[in-house]
Design a protein around this ligand. Structure first.
Ligand SMILES: Cc1cc2nc3c(=O)[nH]c(=O)nc-3n(C[C@H](O)[C@H](O)[C@H](O)COP(=O)(O)OP(=O)(O)OC[C@H]3O[C@@H](n4cnc5c(N)ncnc54)[C@H](O)[C@@H]3O)c2cc1C
Length: 514
């Protein structure tokens, strides 16, 4: 990449769902934009997380772009919850269909970005070495794109195979006849464990915190159901945008206490059978797992339901009834170190031929913090965010003009169907850039005051819920030393959209335009 080339209108970092759509949208406006992506292909999350069993937990027909009615009608989803290969195929199709690849540089990481005040433009530095300049810098770097390693020493000493769910390569699928250990029982662990159990000679699951999980009830899509959704897609999309979490649902019309126990149980059971109920779980674990102590060890007790990301699974709890599957409760016997032969807990060494790390992500801020970003006066974003992220609307940061984040911290992001939140941000950013151009302005920057109010509002909305009571990645609690801040915005997708639209309609209230 040649920094002396004519500056672009926009540089977009990341070629996942966000970056692909942002590029398309800006190009449609006649702007010159380029996407820089570290991976060797497009797809983001769905490129990197190729572990066996990886699956989306939002129904496919709702976890898809809405911006193109033709795409929506043409694409044929095959399952209720799409597998990773199917989502990746879809995103590759989108990149191909809209001719996006010619403006995407793959295999290149953005390492630094600095704002030149005189020229009112961003210059980014990349690895492999290169420089690129543009009026706007848009971080489509992902909420869950920086995987974490376990916090114990010795991984480099371990002589067996190491797999990471978030960096799964081709040809890593067979565990036939091996003694396998899986560390981590979050969403990825819960998906990969039943699949590996079918292959491994012995499977040891190392669990720090049990999670609430419900049966996904995945199944092939029925052609009549697909046709029905396609006929009402436009209304459905509208309802998604106005909903709380990007998935429309009918609000309850009666209190659980107003009906008989039998009626209540029947309603709960119906919800369970549909795979969308978040109660009853502990009772279901006891009914599924034969060994009482094991059932108890798998039952979440330390946080209220819903305050950590609830999981959907396919046969997770039943997997533990198999004689060759063992659970190690790390609350009782914590991990101490990797050894050449496996891992050691406070109790003993476990010898393993392969270890699968499903140990989560440095969520929401990790990928942004990994870039050395310098704004007005050379100030570092890392310093501005030392005590936790501070921004306006989860979209823009005071002191960092013409910088936008897609589904950044303090926006609904991970507490929503991300597809809906991503489209909203992409469209808001594109409209904002168009409005600036129309007004003959070069820069837009959040004011300190608007930022302060937004940070306070997000914290206040979070504080009236039970979310801050859980040691979750929503709180940054899974990363040692990360400030304890409730990272997503809980105000709801529809309400949040309304607020963003209002800001735009009022001439970008809370921003300085120059
Ligand atoms: C295993 C897993 C399952 C998920 N399941 C669901 C689900 O069921 N429903 C849901 O709504 N959401 C789910 N998510 C969240 C998911 O991340 C989003 O739905 C969506 O894919 C995010 O798209 P994105 O483009 O914003 O980010 P990503 O898909 O994370 O893409 C970001 C891209 O930016 C690149 N990048 C980052 N930093 C740099 C840099 N400095 N230089 C160059 N490139 C960079 C990364 O390589 C990556 O490709 C899941 C996430 C994971 C990890």
């Amino acid at each position: 990449m040649d920094g002396k080339a004519e500056p672009l209108d926009a540089i977009i970092v990341g070629a996942g769902i966000s970056g692909l759509y942002q590029l398309h949208r800006l190009r449609e406006m006649g702007m010159r934009a380029r996407v820089i992506e570290a991976a060797d292909g497009v797809g983001g999350t769905w490129y990197w997380n190729r572990y066996p069993g990886a699956r989306c937990d939002i129904p496919s027909m709702s976890y898809s772009y809405s911006f193109s009615p033709e795409l929506e009608q043409d694409w044929e989803w095959t399952e209720k919850y799409p597998s990773q290969p199917e989502v990746l195929r879809y995103l590759e199709h989108v990149a191909d269909r809209f001719g996006l690849l010619r403006d995407i540089t793959l295999g290149t990481r953005v390492t630094a970005a600095r704002f030149d005040e005189a020229a009112a433009r961003w210059t980014v530095t990349t690895d492999p070495a290169g420089e690129l300049a543009a009026r706007f810098l848009i971080l489509a770097t992902g909420c869950l794109s920086v995987p974490k390693l376990p916090e114990i020493p010795g991984l480099d000493r371990y002589r067996g195979r190491v797999h990471r769910t978030a960096r799964w390569g081709a040809g890593e699928e067979s565990f036939d006849g091996l003694r396998v250990g899986v560390i981590g029982t979050g969403s990825s662990g819960i998906q990969v464990i039943p699949v590996i159990a079918r292959q491994a000679a012995e499977l040891t699951v190392f669990q720090r915190t049990p999670n609430f999980s419900m049966p996904a009830g995945n199944r092939p899509l029925d052609p009549a159901e697909v046709a029905g959704m396609k006929a009402r897609y436009r209304q459905w999309r509208q309802a998604q945008r106005a909903s709380g979490f990007g998935m429309p649902s009918d609000p309850p019309t009666r209190s659980a206490l107003d009906v008989s126990p039998a009626e209540r149980d029947a309603a709960y059971q119906a919800g369970w059978d549909r795979g969308d109920l978040t109660s009853l779980i502990r009772a279901k674990i006891r009914a599924t797992v034969h060994d009482r102590d094991l059932a108890e060890a798998l039952s979440p007790r330390t946080f209220p339901i819903g305050t950590k990301r609830p999981c959907l699974d396919t046969g997770y709890y039943a997997t533990f009834n198999q004689a060759h599957v063992r659970l190690v409760d790390l609350r009782a016997t914590p991990l101490a170190e990797f050894t050449p032969a496996g891992v050691r807990t406070s109790e003993r060494e476990h010898e393993l031929d392969a270890i699968v790390l499903a140990t989560g992500f440095d969520a929401l801020t990790g990928a942004i913090a990994a870039i050395d970003i310098r704004g007005q006066g050379g100030a570092a974003l890392a310093d501005a965010w030392r005590d936790g992220p501070r921004n306006y609307l989860g979209l823009a940061v005071a002191g960092f003009p013409n910088l936008f984040t897609i589904t950044g911290p303090l926006s609904p992001s991970v507490l929503s169907n991300m597809m809906v939140s991503i489209e909203q941000h992409v469209e808001w950013i594109a409209d904002c850039i168009a409005a600036l151009a129309a007004a003959g302005r070069r820069t837009i920057e959040a004011t300190e005051r608007a930022q302060e109010n937004w940070v306070r509002h997000v914290a206040m909305v979070g504080a009236v819920t039970l979310f801050p009571t859980a040691d979750s990645w929503y709180m940054g609690a899974n990363v040692p030393g990360k400030p304890r801040v409730f990272l997503p915005y809980l105000g709801g997708v529809g309400e949040y959209r309304r607020k963003c639209d209002q800001v735009a309609a009022q001439g970008y209230r809370g921003f300085t335009l120059a």
